[in-house]
Design a protein around this ligand. Structure first.
Ligand SMILES: [Zn+2]
Length: 295
């Protein structure tokens, strides 16, 4: 299972109870999607290992999305980290972080590799990969797709009929074929290809046509829902989406679940934004600090 933990759910500035946009994915290593100020403290609070964080995926270079990188790197310095940390973001990311980290007072004691990315596979582990895609916000802005690689699963009925039992499951997986009841059984004949899980994060964005394609059949779509529908003019002006627009994107994509996030602090009560989204896409939920999803 892929563990997703919301570390921050607000737009722009932190409030008494909320942090700006950021969530962690734990699937093998830890990955951060955006990095709000106080990110490392939120990770401690919600039991996400900051020391196992391998990469940070920034959607754009607005401060509410990257301020946490500096505190996190200093905490990693103090804990004696030696492993590299990768930072991905849109055009300008590499120069920005190289400039700041060249300052003596903020210099990392371990390799920090910042890269500008736009499309294609930018990060890969044995079980999954991450790809960016362009969204519509102020300046170069990205969303990210995290997709588990397809894998083979046993077709229980076929395996049983073929006489696969106990230890033979491991043997056929390791060797590709086994002999049972005098017959040779091929691994491919008793298994099928299972498509991997897909998590898509839009970052900050206006409604954007590419999202429905990128999030097609996604298990989880995490979408900017900065404003309520009644404030849609303001949303357009500030280049954000409303929760209704997020729900429309999830519906169009055929996503399984929608996590609304990046809420303006003008809404003390976020429930109306949820109700608005659920009218269009019933499987919508509100991001809140500490919310954990298993995908
Ligand atoms: Zn922004």
């Amino acid at each position: 299972m892929i563990r997703v933990v919301v570390l921050g759910s607000s737009a722009s500035a932190p409030s008494k109870d909320c942090f700006p946009s950021c969530f962690a994915v734990k699937y093998g290593p830890v990955l951060l999607f955006d990095c709000c100020e106080g990110a490392q403290k939120q990770m401690m609070r919600y039991k996400i290992s900051y020391s196992r964080t391998k990469a940070i995926f920034l959607t754009h270079l607005h401060a509410d999305h990257f301020l946490g990188v500096f505190g996190l790197v200093q905490t990693m310095n103090l804990s004696g980290r030696k492993e590299p940390l990768q930072i991905f973001g849109p055009r300008g990311t590499k120069k920005f972080f190289e400039t700041i980290f060249s300052l003596r007072h903020l210099a990392p004691q371990f390799p920090v590799e910042a890269r500008d990315v736009s499309t294609g596979k930018i990060f890969e582990e044995d079980l999954f990969e991450v790809r960016p895609f362009a969204v519509k916000h102020a300046g170069p802005s990205l969303g990210y797709v995290l997709e588990q690689k397809p894998y083979r699963r046993f077709d229980e009925e076929k395996a049983r009929k073929a006489g696969i039992r106990g230890r033979l499951f491991t043997d056929i997986q390791e060797k590709g074929r086994v002999t049972a009841g005098g017959k040779t059984i091929e691994y491919d004949d008793v298994t099928y290809v299972q498509q991997g899980k897909k998590i898509v994060y839009t970052g900050d964005t206006l409604p954007c046509a590419s999202i429905a394609g990128e999030a097609k059949d996604a298990d989880l779509l995490v979408h900017d829902a900065c404003f309520a529908d009644e404030d849609k003019e303001m949303a357009a002006e500030k280049k954000h989406a409303t929760s209704r627009q997020a729900a429309e994107a999830a519906k169009k994509a055929g996503a399984k679940k929608l996590l609304l996030t990046h809420f303006s602090n003008r809404y003390d009560d976020r429930k109306p934004l949820l109700e608005e989204a659920r009218k269009i896409f019933p499987d919508s939920i509100l991001a809140e600090e500490g919310l954990e999803l298993l995908i």
